[in-house]
Design a protein around this ligand. Structure first.
Ligand code: BTN
Length: 272
């Protein structure tokens, strides 16, 4: 146990040495073990944690994914973190944080590794060489006063894991598998927060630019896809056309463009 504590302390010190942000990651909680960093962060935000506060767990025991799925990550090898955001945008624009965070993770992977391909699968799965390397879970709380509103951005980034359970073997990957060497988690996390801070600044100043940047990195534009409505289980087939300025998916179905929101549908590409 004290070995784990020492390793975590070392990681924290290296992270603090590498961090270049003004706000993100300046207030932190480092947990050896937590059921879910998003759940922990939510309680901390309710108790007044500042913008940019970060929760890190070295072992997440009940990680939560989108659409009530679970998120599992081998302890001590990956990043399972949540960032509390109190951004200077209207709650109606919060969906753009999904797009901005995807761009920040993509940029981090590219600058720390040189994968053959790296793309974003809408809304916020990061695919590296065709497999999922990162998933994100955004949970927002909208208060009556905008100052009471916040977003919990949960990021599960596979960093040094090389073995995955049988069910994920063909669909999951990590930065280490893509670049053939172990990578420093503290460096990746500091870098990611720097990139996230910078793109959130762009989002506040020029929100209309985010969807354009995102669409350039999107997997499968122009290809046939299947979408499933998670409420009705109904499936739709069509051609993926991109996202609108608010980040809603644009699908051409029988010659008409339809918009879908991230909480309502699951998108199946050929591979995932
Ligand atoms: C998904 O792809 O379904 C989203 C996965 C999000 C996982 C991260 S790990 C850190 C944070 N805490 C959680 O319980 N979930 C998110």
């Amino acid at each position: 146990m004290s070995g784990n504590r020492d390793a975590l302390k070392k990681l924290r010190i290296q992270f603090q040495g590498a961090l270049t942000t003004e706000e993100l990651g300046q207030t932190t909680r480092w947990l050896n073990r937590s059921p879910s960093t998003n759940t922990h962060a939510r309680a901390w935000a309710d108790a007044g944690a500042p913008h940019g506060a970060l929760v890190f767990a070295d072992h997440q025991t009940a990680g939560r994914g989108r659409h009530d799925r679970t998120w599992s990550a081998e302890p001590g090898l990956n990043l399972t973190v949540s960032v509390i955001l109190r951004p200077g945008i209207r709650p109606a624009q919060y969906s753009l944080i999904t797009l901005a965070a995807s761009l920040a993770v993509l940029d981090t992977i590219r600058s720390n590794c040189n994968p053959v391909s790296s793309r974003i699968k809408w809304p916020n799965d990061i695919l590296v060489d065709g497999k999922k390397c990162c998933g994100m879970l955004l949970e927002s709380v909208i208060g009556t006063d905008p100052a009471e509103s916040f977003v919990i951005l949960g990021i599960g980034l596979n960093v040094n894991q090389t073995d995955f359970p049988d069910t994920l073997q063909n669909t999951a990957t990590s930065i280490m598998l893509a670049c053939g060497r172990p990578v420093d988690r503290s460096q990746i996390l500091a870098d990611l927060l720097g990139k996230l801070e910078s793109i959130l600044e762009t989002l506040e100043k020029r929100p209309e630019s985010i969807a354009t940047l995102y669409q350039k990195e999107m997997e499968g534009v122009g290809e046939r896809m299947t979408l499933t409505d998670v409420h009705t289980d109904r499936s739709y087939e069509g051609v993926l056309r991109g996202v609108d300025e608010a980040g809603a998916l644009q699908m051409e179905i029988e010659s008409e463009i339809h918009s879908f929101h991230a909480g309502d549908v699951r998108l199946q590409t050929e591979k995932l």
